[in-house]
Design a protein around this ligand. Structure first.
Ligand SMILES: [Mg+2]
Length: 219
């Protein structure tokens, strides 16, 4: 694809633009006083998010259910969840996130954020990381299906006002971000990972955000 045919970039948020996992792991360790094993908590939390994304529970049910499953009483679960979610304010931008967005923005590309997280969480993180003025829009996932469903990507394309043939996706999750974007017809996808490159000519596999602009603009 010639560089001038790329007109929009859709970006994931957690562990793409912000270092969520690092803060989450620290939060689990701090919950050790409640006898919560970080590894078990990680697995249980992931399972509850799968249920939530499948429409099997509400966000409120997830927030208490994950701690009750780990052995806490319903009352204690509420307290622990509040304590746990305080880590959100400690999530920092990933290295080079702002500079990467600035570089892409400066070339005139439309930039749209597409996260499976709730819109309040997303807006708070975007404001805290000073991404605001660099984005053309944010998908409110409550009005679309979760990634990897094509509807999620369609919602992002509508905000960008572009077709998938002129759009690239950037994300860290293979199934939700990369395979989802390809299924939605996106021309390109950048997979941020330390894993082996994805065997598809439309996908470029990178370790760092800093390499994203040259990779995308050079296509
Ligand atoms: Mg992510």
């Amino acid at each position: 694809m010639a560089a001038n045919r790329l007109r929009a970039v859709v970006l994931d948020l957690d562990d793409t633009l912000i270092a969520s996992e690092r803060a989450r792991k620290r939060a689990y360790v701090q919950l050790g006083a409640d006898g919560i094993d970080p590894r078990q908590a990680t697995a249980v939390n992931a399972r509850w998010f799968d249920r939530y994304h499948a429409g099997e529970c509400s966000l409120d049910e997830l927030r208490t259910g994950r701690w009750i499953e780990l052995g806490l009483s319903p009352e204690r679960a509420l307290e622990v969840d509040e304590q746990y979610r305080r880590h959100h304010s400690r999530i920092r931008p990933r290295r080079d996130a702002v500079r990467t967005l600035q570089t892409l923005h400066a070339t005139g590309l439309k930039l749209v954020l597409l996260s499976n997280a709730g819109i309040d969480y997303v807006r708070d993180r975007v404001a805290a990381a000073s991404f605001d003025g660099l984005l053309d829009g944010i998908v409110d996932i409550a009005h679309a299906d979760f990634k990897p469903h094509p509807d999620a990507f369609q919602a992002a394309l509508e905000i960008a006002g572009e077709s998938p043939q002129h759009t690239a996706m950037v994300g860290d999750n293979l199934e939700a971000d990369i395979e989802g974007a390809l299924s939605a017809g996106f021309a390109r996808a950048v997979w941020l990972t330390r894993r082996k490159p994805y065997p598809d000519a439309r996908v470029i596999t990178l370790r760092s955000l800093a390499a994203v602009p040259s990779a995308l603009l050079g296509w």
